[in-house]
Design a protein around this ligand. Structure first.
Ligand code: HPA
Length: 277
């Protein structure tokens, strides 16, 4: 890995010169899903552009900053916005923030995203716990010479999302009266929304939802020894299932509406994770 380790040390040193303490849990806030950051206590904000080697997010609805602070006493960090493959970043660049989390001491990662529903039981606004993924991009962040300081050459991927956290999240949702589904997320390259034929074939492969993020972050986290949990917000039904054309504005609108419930859920989950330790 060309100087990746050294770049990560540089970024880590910079962040540690700004914050105090170590984040235990990281949360990636997807498009329009940023309201959780309002609950952050004693926030320290670091724009991505200030962090050495950090990839910038160029998409509308993505703020592009790291937030550090605490939620119910647990030190956390949040990513407001994320880099995507379709923006031209390499998979390694997309994984950079996840590797950085490891260097900062993060043990658990909560990923959120906005995506399209394939499962006919879903509708816009459905919150889906991701319990497995399908990587539709013929690339991933681990391709190339391996640096054992980051993770093993052949990482196991039989439980990409922690069954323990999933079970806790289900209990938390039940207690809060939050409805949710569970399913498989397929990561599509984008940036165009899939064709109807692609959606039919992705559905037959076993995916319940499809989106343009999350998979590479999940792979990087598992490789780096960070436990993962992910919730997908179904903002629209996928091409051919919904009869209207896609609109990014509409995606953001539904995500913002769902964000309130999603934030309540994740906030309580973090409290529950702390007390289950
Ligand atoms: N497909 C891919 N990505 C998405 C979608 C979709 O239908 N909706 C939101 N992100």
């Amino acid at each position: 890995m060309e100087m990746l380790y050294e770049k990560l040390i540089e970024a880590t040193d910079f962040i540690q010169s700004v914050i105090s303490g170590k984040p235990e849990i990281a949360i990636i806030l997807g498009s329009g899903l940023g309201t959780l950051s309002d609950q952050l206590e004693t926030p320290v904000v670091i724009p991505y552009k200030d962090i050495p080697h950090f990839p910038l997010s160029t998409v509308a609805g993505h703020a592009g900053r790291l937030l550090f602070g605490s939620l119910h006493g647990t030190p956390v960090m949040m990513m407001e916005g994320r880099p995507h493959y379709y923006e031209g970043y390499s998979m390694r660049q997309i994984a950079f923030p996840v590797f950085l989390m490891k260097f900062l001491g993060v043990k658990k990662l909560v990923i959120t995203n906005a995506c399209g529903g394939i499962n006919n039981d879903f509708s816009p606004g459905t919150l889906m716990i991701i319990d497995d993924f399908i990587n539709l991009v013929s690339d991933n962040p681990l391709i190339g010479i391996n640096d054992e300081r980051l993770g093993p050459r052949f990482p196991d991927m039989s439980e990409p999302y922690s069954l323990e956290i999933i079970s806790l999240a289900e209990k938390v949702a039940d207690n809060l009266g939050i409805e949710y589904s569970r399913g498989v997320y397929a990561g599509f390259q984008g940036p165009y929304y899939e064709t109807a034929a692609e959606i039919r074939s992705i559905g037959r492969m076993g995916a319940d939802a499809v989106g343009m993020s999350t998979v590479s972050e999940t792979i990087a986290a598992n490789y780096a020894g960070i436990e993962c949990f992910a919730i997908a917000c179904i903002t629209n039904m996928a091409t051919g299932i919904q009869k209207v054309k896609h609109s990014h504005q509409r995606v953001l609108e539904i995500a913002r509406l769902s964000s309130v419930t999603l934030s309540r859920w994740i906030s309580s989950l973090i409290k529950a994770l702390e007390s289950s330790r």
